[in-house]
Design a protein around this ligand. Sequence first.
Ligand code: G6P
Length: 468
Amino acid sequence: MSRLIVVSNRVPDPRRPAAGGLATALTAALQARGGIWMGWSGECCDDDTEPQLRQRQAGAVTYAVTDLSARDHAEYYQGFANSVLWPLCHYRLGLTDYARKDAAGYWRVNRLFAGHLLPLLRKDDVLWVHDYHLLPLAAELRLHGVTNPIGFFMHIPWPAPDVFLSVPGSDALLSAMTGYDLLGFQTENDTANFAQCLARSRIARPMPGDPGRLATRQRSFRAGTFPISIDTAGFARTAEQAVRNPAMRRLQETLRGQRLILGVDRLDYSKGIPQRIEGYRRFLLDRPAFQGQVTYLQITPKSRAGVEQYEALQREIAEQAGHLAGELGRLDWAPMRYVNRSFGQSVLAGTCRMARAALVTPLRDGMNLVAKEYVAAQDPADPGVLILSRFAGAAQELDEGALLVNPYDVEAIAGALGQAMDMAPEERRERHGAMLRVLQDHTVFDWCDSFLSALSAPGAAQAAAGTA
Ligand code: G6P
């Protein structure tokens, strides 16, 4: 089997246990085939230091990481990736902050990554590039004569053409993406949006009679839908065992019989946290009998410090959480616990299992793995209720069991919370069973296998002279 080369902005630390399902699945694929995981170290160096690639071997896998100069970090990561592509792909044009120097920094870091990779590559390696930080990476590698199969997976939404094409330089990005052999997206809608962007810009068009294949004048490639998932059985096991975790026992004690309502999100404006807090507030006002009977725990690790939009959101949520505590709190009851820390898998899985309802209400999300983890963590005999945004990719698969809401509609969130609290055990079990079956039939390992076999399938890439 050919070696696998994974490239992503973040690279897991092989000295620590894999933090999530994605890292677990990719590590398993890399260990099975042998290969390299390359990306950013998470560290910055001076602008005048030439960043070197540092390699660390763990079993059959080489982890190869580079620092970014302070300027690259500001322009590529904080700038173009997180102040243009991220808000744009989450339909927040008003939050984009475009500057030509950031776009130039983005392309420069993609060239830097390509330069680090070139000497490591062997003739029959298969490459898999991840996420919006690295849209032009294949094109940079192709410029240096790399002909290996290169796949790309977009973890976040691909927006409608009118949104994507508004970013200056969108044509150059789209053209560069035709250097991949297979492009994977989370939902059919994302895949269709991407194909429409290419058609509208006259960069590539669908090839008649070959669904999923697109062609430029020079070559053809494929785009398809590969919804990401979780290690369902692994997460369920962790949740079941987490009851023995002392932190879980302490949480249970402090709840004193109150029902737990849970939210777990990076602090990000795509997650709809202010609307969600307001929805919870309305629920407490509409159904006052629940005051003192429920606790809402919002776990929100801080994210992307230094990007203005994130700092503003942090202030907004802290203020809102404070207002709620002041308005409805009692001497012996706080309606909400707001925590800006990250926790390990065991605490997260255990907290999910304890929660009677989860609020997963992003305004837009590629997939949202918390929704899937919440389902996997439940006790099937007494499961909780998932309240899920219809704009999360996960809603495409979990629609039979979740209470789907429009995350902009705070009254709908309040209503869903009421419905979740009133729901009879039989209905909860039925809904949970429907969702769990989906997750048991489609794990992150299946996702990884299906993408890699599609990438290695004969004809994944074809010279397409004369087809356009
Ligand atoms: C999302 C993106 C990932 C990213 C993660 C954390 O899930 O799809 O690519 O790594 O957020 O964001 P950060 O900027 O801290 O890497």
